[in-house]
Design a protein around this ligand. Structure first.
Ligand code: NAD
Ligand code: TDX
Length: 343
């Protein structure tokens, strides 16, 4: 079995590569990644010498390169993690989101059609459903919830999902889609809420909470997401969408306070700043389908997962300090330097 994993040098993709190499010693895992600002080859260091692993630096939009790789590897499956993934960046500059997230998906599926494939899996997100109101805790996203996007990022992910379903219906390509809630865990790029707050707190820097910090996200430990994708690849029904989430809703402000407490840092570091434009209020996944059909259940409780994650950032300072010391500084200044402090 040969599986091409795109975006495997990023957060969830790298965790998935490790999971698959550990779980299936006879599988060949080929990681295709452009190594954008979010891709980190040092993350894959532990598997670089594994004979069942190959890394290829490639843009999923590079049709010739992708076709060449399919000719060489004759993959049985493709799992597409490659994407521009940060909502704030999509608000600043949407174009690359449309290129990678939509057109890149098209190139991969064209390659699958041309060379034949057992399964193409699209890693999507709960953000395609838009948001839920805070005063209706009884509402959840199911696979039947209409697509209703807010940011250029979520619009690009939803567009890709529609294209994937179109390739299933029109060309009979064997596809599946997973729509997962917010992940957290090792190798999470420090522009995202949890790793950003951990890194800032460790450096005694202000903790920039958007608006009042009341927005709710449904957090899942990254390993549980990887296991869900593994199950969908092997047992999921083609043409189907599977929601993935563990009923773990938390307000942003409460997460930031947990991080302060765990690191022994004062809550006075918390700084309320200008809200994100079009900021989604609440995400909440109903995972009934994947539980009923595939028996998937999250294994890591948030209370344990967040402590494991904080411990990982403490033990792997070099990984994130290297990121923070480079071009990322310019990004941070651009995104946070101009945000008004609200208190
Ligand atoms: P990430 O930003 O950490 O990693 C993205 C990876 O894709 C990087 O290694 C990057 O170099 C690579 N990449 C970007 N553009 C590329 C291109 N044109 N060609 C080849 N490689 C390219 O993202 P992540 O958080 O690991 O998310 C992975 C996937 O999961 C994305 O599709 C995202 O939409 C989805 N998702 C993420 C979350 C989350 O909470 N992080 C939740 C649900 C779904
Ligand atoms: O500095 C910050 N301050 C802050 O209050 C940052 C970076 C975020 N936030 C808030 C915005 C959100 O309400 O925290 C929440 C989480 O923000 P992000 O980490 O940027 O994640 P989110 O926007 O929820 O999107 C994530 O989950 C779904 C991933 O980045 C997406 O790729 C995934 O599809």
């Amino acid at each position: 079995m040969t599986i091409i994993v795109t975006g495997g040098a990023g957060f969830i993709g790298s965790n998935f590569v490790f999971h698959m190499l550990d779980t299936y010693p006879d599988y060949r895992i080929v990681c295709l990644d452009k190594l954008t600002y979010a891709g980190n080859l040092s993350t894959l260091e532990p598997v670089m010498d594994n004979p069942n692993f190959r890394f290829v630096k490639l843009d999923i939009c590079d049709r010739e390169g992708v076709y060449r790789l399919f000719e060489e590897e004759k993959p049985d499956m493709v799992v597409n993690f490659a994407a521009e993934s940060h909502v704030d960046r999509s608000i600043e500059d949407p174009e690359v989101f449309l290129r990678t997230n939509i057109l890149g998906t098209q190139v991969l599926m064209d390659a699958c059609r041309k060379y034949g494939i057992r399964r193409y899996h699209q890693v999507s997100t709960d953000e395609v459903y838009g948001d839920l109101p805070l005063d209706r805790p009884d509402l959840f996203f199911t696979e039947e919830t209409p697509i209703h996007t807010s940011s250029p990022y979520s619009a690009s992910k939803a567009s890709a999902d529609l294209l994937v379903l179109a390739y299933y219906r029109t060309y009979g390509l064997s596809v599946t889609i997973s729509r997962c809630s917010n992940n957290y865990g090792p190798y999470h790029f420090p522009e995202k809420l949890i790793p950003l707050m951990i890194a800032n707190a460790l450096n005694d820097k202000p903790l920039p909470v958007y608006g009042q910090g009341l927005n709710v996200r449904d957090w899942l430990y990254v390993e549980d997401h990887c296991k869900a994708i593994d199950l969908i690849l092997h047992k999921g029904r083609e043409g189907q969408v599977y929601n993935v989430g563990g009923h773990n809703e938390m307000r942003n402000i409460d997460i930031v306070k947990i991080i302060c407490k765990a690191l022994g840092k004062p809550e006075s570091l918390i700084t309320y700043v200008t809200d994100r434009k079009g900021h989604d209020m609440r995400y909440a996944i109903d995972p009934t389908k994947i539980h009923r059909e595939l028996g998937w259940e999250p294994e890591t409780k948030f209370a344990d997962g967040i402590q494991k994650t904080i411990a990982w950032y403490l033990e792997n300072r070099r990984w994130w300090e290297t990121i923070l010391s480079g071009e990322y500084q310019n990004y941070y200044e651009k995104m946070y330097g101009s945000r008004e402090t609200l208190g």
